[in-house]
Design a protein around this ligand. Structure first.
Ligand SMILES: Nc1ncnc2c1ncn2[C@@H]1O[C@H](COP(=O)(O)OP(=O)(O)OP(=O)(O)O)[C@@H](O)[C@H]1O
Ligand SMILES: [Mg+2]
Length: 415
């Protein structure tokens, strides 16, 4: 009887969705843990900046460290440079996250520094929370440096230096020159602890991660003989030269693990019951996700009206041997078709102009001589088509519920 791998697949998919296991970065994790623990265990304030490219695992690293701390020993305040775009917004959020809204009235008058100082003091003085340290996570740290006078950064780093409240500042950024962005008075208060996260550069590392994500752990509720079979198959899969090629291609595409996670998730989701994962599943998912014909994807994303305009454009280009066209020409061609078919609604001219503009924004048609076009009314601007009728035909054949009359129009004798 065929073993059923349904539970294996469910477990792996759950692991991918929860996605909270840190992979690699053991050294960096220990370094961060030491710094944070100094604050939570001994009350020594400190600051650190984690630098790494986008999606390299900065937030995952911080989460994995915070998870290991004793829950009663700290309070986390998370700020994001994209959300807290000025210092007052940031202060409001700090108040909310420290659950000290009742103090808000007492704050309004003083300067930012007084307010922050007062907040931290009050937090410390509360008898139940007296021993709690505060971990402030500043995501998109570089954006805080553009706030006027870097007041927030200055004050939090100053609070760290004065060592009155146990405080740990963790900055996350993808800018390698982040320290240079700090003003002199802020820089001098920063501890200069920087942790660099380097994304994988070798396909072996990616394969390791692939193996890790596909292996059934011991603590999963899967029968041992089934999980053993699954894991043996995974080992064979990793050793396969095609998988290695795939890992190299993926690494060239991007070195963050989000793409790998998506690939695995798709491959697992497409497996039918009783089947084990094969190289073909992985390559199929890779092709479906990352080697898609983007023009076709764009064409399938068009509305019916926009697709009709694309057909008119392609017809026009075929008849006039790729000569430029303007909106009026295409509109006339579209109206002729629409008026001959009672099943199609004639769309208002303004709406058609908008649809035409969207096609141009998507670069399915390209303006001829941009400088000349500037002084011309938009209906008379000249464009050239960058797509062949064949592509539009392929897209129309797979387009969901395209009226048959339009399909016939594509292949009709064009005049
Ligand atoms: N070393 C790793 N271990 C486990 N998962 C990782 C690792 N690196 C990245 N990931 C995964 O990649 C995705 C992005 O990670 P994360 O959000 O931590 O990156 P980030 O550097 O904080 O990104 P951003 O720059 O957008 O803030 C997450 O799904 C995460 O689980
Ligand atoms: Mg992040």
């Amino acid at each position: 009887m065929k073993p059923v791998f349904h539970t294996c697949i469910e477990n792996l998919k759950k692991k991918l969705i929860i996605n909270d296991q840190l992979y690699r970065f053991d050294k960096e994790r220990n370094e961060l843990l030491q710094i944070v623990k100094r604050t939570t265990d001994f009350g020594e304030s400190d600051s650190v900046i984690i630098i790494g490219p986008n999606k390299s695992g900065k937030s995952t690293l911080v989460d994995s460290v915070i998870k290991t701390l004793l829950p009663d020993s700290y309070t986390v305040v998370s700020l994001n440079g994209l959300i807290h775009t000025d210092d007052n917004l940031a202060l409001k959020s700090i108040i909310q996250q420290l659950q000290m809204e009742n103090l808000e009235g007492a704050l309004v008058d003083g300067s930012f520094a007084d307010n922050l100082h007062f907040l931290l003091e009050s937090f410390r003085a509360g008898n139940r929370t007296a021993s709690k340290s505060i971990i402030i996570i500043l995501d998109k740290f570089d954006m805080f440096s553009s706030h006027s006078k870097q007041t927030l950064l200055y004050n939090v780093f100053d609070a760290v230096q004065s060592q009155q409240t146990p405080l740990c500042i963790i900055g996350l950024t993808s800018r390698i020159d982040v320290v240079e962005l700090l003003e002199k008075r802020v820089k001098s208060r920063f501890s200069h602890n920087c942790i660099m996260l380097k994304p994988p550069t070798e396909s072996n590392e990616l394969l390791e991660r692939l193996k890790c994500l596909l292996t059934i752990d011991k603590d999963c509720k899967v029968k041992s003989n089934i999980s053993k079979k699954w894991n043996t198959n995974v080992e064979l899969l990793i050793a396969d030269s095609q998988t290695q090629e795939l890992a190299e291609k993926l690494l060239k595409l991007s070195n963050n693990s989000t793409k790998l996670n998506m690939l695995i998730f798709m491959a697992l989701s497409n497996l039918s019951e009783g089947e084990m994962l094969a190289v073909k599943d992985l390559t199929d998912s890779y092709n479906a996700l990352y080697e898609r014909d983007m023009i076709l994807v764009h064409l399938l994303g068009l509305s019916v009206l926009e697709l009709c305009l694309m057909i008119s454009i392609c017809h026009h280009s075929e008849i006039y041997d790729q000569e430029p066209f303007n909106f009026e020409m295409i509109y006339a061609r579209y109206c002729k078709f629409a008026s001959q078919n009672s099943t199609l609604l004639i769309t208002k001219r303004q709406v058609v102009i908008k649809a035409f503009e969207r096609i141009s924004i998507m670069q399915l048609i390209l303006p001829v001589a941009v400088a000349e076009n500037k002084n011309v009314l938009r209906e008379y601007r000249l464009y050239k088509c960058s797509i062949s009728l064949d592509k539009v035909r392929t897209a129309s054949n797979t387009y969901y519920r395209l009226p048959p009359i339009i399909l016939q129009w594509i292949d009709s004798n064009i005049i």
